[in-house]
Design a binder for this molecule. Structure first.
Ligand code: ADP
Ligand code: MG
Length: 720
């Protein structure tokens, strides 16, 4: 198939002035547009009557329900602001279990009956919406005959305006629940988990002698990896269009073995796209800090500055959406799949996580005084204990079909969860545990009350890029998330398990001090005990090595390789216990997620199986047969005969493999048990797909280029 070998995109199309969006600020690249489309605290203060603004702040601080009159006043100000910004519609913006965001637009304008219309938006419409819940995944929580679900305004995440070339939309972040009050979304559990952690951490802080902090926020700073490819190639590949990844494709002669892409200079068109996306995100109040090339060709990364987990998670959804939208303005497509190209590094998402007080203190920041250091060690030990106790659940929180191609494939952390502390910090914990210092760890560490920890460098020794969960100076970096994922579940899990662990450590501290131990000794004792019991989770070596996999097993750490191995941990007794205790997810809510995620896994692989079979039979096989026919028509000598034999052998094998895949797709059991369905596709369909791909990738190398119907990796990845 003749294909474009060079871009038909002109600079005019991708310069800020040439784009189709006509907003004035876009034509001024340097203009400060940060937060321009956010109904932020500042805007609220300017626009709300003073008394209303104060009442709203108090209500938010206390987490109380909004009075109807207050809601009306806020709605009116929000409407005026949105109309001035050109919005014609509003939507409750929510996050169903699809992992994406959902919106249902309502017009602000209502007909008056005399042929005109007035803009209308009441407090009731602000606070609550009633989308039909029956089309969203609920995992059996809500049968279709009781389809009612409702969305409820989350005033802690600011409303914002999404621009479109032909209008603008006011988006109101909301939670999504069933009529019976069960969470049908990712936001509700995240908010509940933040509350749980706050309660536990505030209690612990008061035992540690800090009575000033009255709230603790968890924070998240994500780093998003993604691919940008030319849209021409995207649309020529039904596998990319339908499944988000290539199901076929021989390895190109050049991959990333030259290491020439990472941190390389960013191609002009790509940079223009990034700048545009960043400007759009800035308007939405998303603070992008860094951008660079990633390891694979055509792979990039963008990282916003951290925010509280709820807002950070909402903003992360916007980052994914804006990247995808803006890419199209430049003739590019943004791929967020975890493994778009076999044999080429996939994309993940690093989740930097910490806890901060309303008094401005980062609880994972080693401090300058003995007291601050003890506090740091206490919270750090709590994280170590939590991650060890719930390693399988953490693994389950990042499981999806795309991740199965990536985790453990020597480009991303293994499926084994472990913690990297860094040499200095590990030495301190070891000294506390053993009660004895050596030359390098002076005795003074052990009497922490009397000394100050050596200043820990912000990046605790060398960086270990292979660790799934690394301490990086003042936060932990959970590195096993997939690029397409919502941040909500992994952070919900982290917050909840750490809340539990903080409480357990606080209980012990309380007992020890109640028994008369001096506070400092008691803290050291609690830290020592937790570290001793959980240090098997600490590993500072190469997580990609085979040796580690063997050692992890001997340490009793779990290696849940694939999604169907991991997801059952969502409903294990230990999970149900901690989630119920902290009112984050009930057993029924957990079961619903388990079902939804397993069904998503199964459906994803079913779709891949069908797509692979169709491409193989209707695109690739005809190309191979056409070439075979052409060869048959050639007289030729011994050489041509060899080619014919080789090709005809491959065609036979290909037909065989296609039939096997079609059978695997057909024979899917109609299992009641979702796990059984998932196990079936995991073995039968994936194996059959691999069988088809193996032959197809060989054919790609022998069928003439002009007959081969799919753009090749060398084109898709290298033409920028
Ligand atoms: P590095 O030099 O390792 O990139 P940074 O301090 O720039 O370190 O942070 C890297 C990532 O960690 C950024 O995405 C940032 O937003 C995030 N981050 C920094 N501090 C925190 C924190 N307290 N909580 C959560 N994320 C954080
Ligand atoms: Mg990182």
């Amino acid at each position: 198939m003749p294909r474009l070998r060079s871009q038909n995109v002109t600079a005019a199309q991708w310069s800020p002035n040439g784009g189709s969006i006509g907003q004035a600020d876009l034509t001024q690249p340097g203009a400060n547009v940060f937060g321009a489309n956010v109904f932020s605290g500042v805007v609220q203060r300017q626009r709300l009557p003073k008394a209303v603004y104060q009442e709203l702040q108090e209500t938010l601080a206390e987490g109380k329900a909004l009075e109807p009159a207050l809601a009306d006043a806020v709605a009116s100000a929000m409407k005026e602001w949105a109309l001035e910004k050109g919005a014609t519609h509003f939507t409750h913006w929510f996050q169903p279990l699809t992992g994406m965001t959902a919106e249902k637009h309502d017009s602000f304008y209502a007909p008056t009956g005399d042929g005109s219309a007035i803009a209308d938006f009441s407090g009731k419409e602000l606070i609550q919406g009633e989308p039909d819940a029956s089309s969203f995944p609920t995992g059996g929580i809500r049968a279709t005959f009781e389809a009612r679900g409702y969305t409820a305004w989350d005033p802690t995440s600011p409303a914002f305006i999404l621009e479109n070339p032909n209008g603008a939309l006011l988006c109101i972040p909301t939670a999504f629940a069933s009529w019976t009050g069960e969470a049908l979304d990712n936001k509700i559990p995240l908010l509940r988990s933040m509350d749980a952690l706050s309660r536990s951490a505030v209690r612990a802080l008061s035992l540690l002698g800090d009575t000033e902090a009255s709230k603790v926020f968890t924070t998240v700073g994500p780093e998003q990896e993604y691919f940008l490819i030319d849209e021409q190639y995207y649309f020529e590949r039904p596998d990319l269009v339908t499944t988000g990844r290539t199901l076929f494709g021989a390895q190109p002669p050049k991959g990333h073995e030259l290491d020439d892409h990472y941190f390389g200079s960013i191609p002009e068109r790509v940079l223009a796209c990034m700048l545009d996306a960043e400007r759009e995100l800035a308007k939405l109040g998303v603070p992008i800090k860094t951008r660079h090339n990633e390891v694979a060709p055509a792979q990039y990364e963008v990282a916003p500055i951290f925010e509280n987990s709820n807002v950070g998670s909402d903003h992360q959804q916007l980052v994914m959406q804006i990247l995808q939208n803006v890419a199209r303005r430049y003739g590019l497509v943004c791929l967020l799949h975890e493994k778009p190209f076999a044999g080429v590094n996939g994309s993940g998402k690093h989740n930097n996580w910490s806890m901060g007080t309303d008094t401005g203190m980062n609880l994972l920041e080693p401090g300058d005084t003995p007291h601050e250091n003890l506090q740091f060690l206490f919270f750090c030990a709590a994280v170590i204990q939590a991650v060890d106790n719930h390693q399988q659940l953490l693994r389950a929180s990042v499981a999806n079909a795309g991740q199965d191609h990536r985790l453990g494939a020597n480009e991303a952390p293994p499926a084994i969860i472990s913690i990297f502390l860094g040499a200095e910090l590990e030495k301190i914990f070891d000294a506390i545990e053993s009660g004895s210092g050596d030359g390098a760890t002076p005795q003074s560490y052990l009497r922490l009350g009397a000394s100050v920890l050596p200043a820990l460098p912000m990046h605790g020794g060398d960086r270990n890029r292979t660790s799934p969960f690394a301490f990086t100076g003042n936060k932990f970096e959970f590195r096993a998330l997939g690029s397409s994922m919502s941040l909500a579940l992994p952070n919900t899990v982290l917050n909840t398990i750490v809340a539990q662990s903080i409480d357990e450590l606080a209980d012990r501290l309380d007992q020890a001090t109640g028994g008369g131990a001096p506070l400092e000794d008691a803290i050291v004792g609690v830290v020592k005990e937790a570290y001793s019991a959980h240090k098997r989770i600490i590993f500072d070596g190469d997580n990609y090595s085979e040796d580690w996999h063997a050692e992890a097993e001997s340490r009793g750490l779990a290696n849940l390789r694939q999604t169907p191995d991991a997801l059952p941990w969502l409903i294990e007794p230990a999970t149900v216990e901690v989630f119920s205790k902290y009112d984050v997810l009930s057993e029924r809510e957990l079961e619903s997620r388990y079902e939804v995620y397993l069904e998503q896994y199964t459906s994803t692989i079913n779709i891949e199986g069908e797509t692979a079979a169709s491409i193989a039979r209707t695109m690739l096989l005809p190309a191979a047969i056409k070439w075979l026919a052409q060869l048959e028509g050639t007289g030729g000598g011994a050489g041509v005969t060899r080619l014919k034999e080789e090709l005809s052998g491959l065609v036979d094998a290909f037909v065989e493999a296609i039939f096997a895949l079609e059978a695997a797709n057909r024979e899917h059991p109609h299992a009641e048990d979702v796990l059984e369905g998932a196990r079936y596709v995991q073995s039968a369909v994936i194996d059959a797909m691999n069988g088809v791909r193996e032959v197809a990738d060989k054919l790609e190398k022998v069928v003439p280029d002009d007959l081969w119907p799919l753009p090749k990796y060398s084109e898709v990845l290298f033409i920028k």
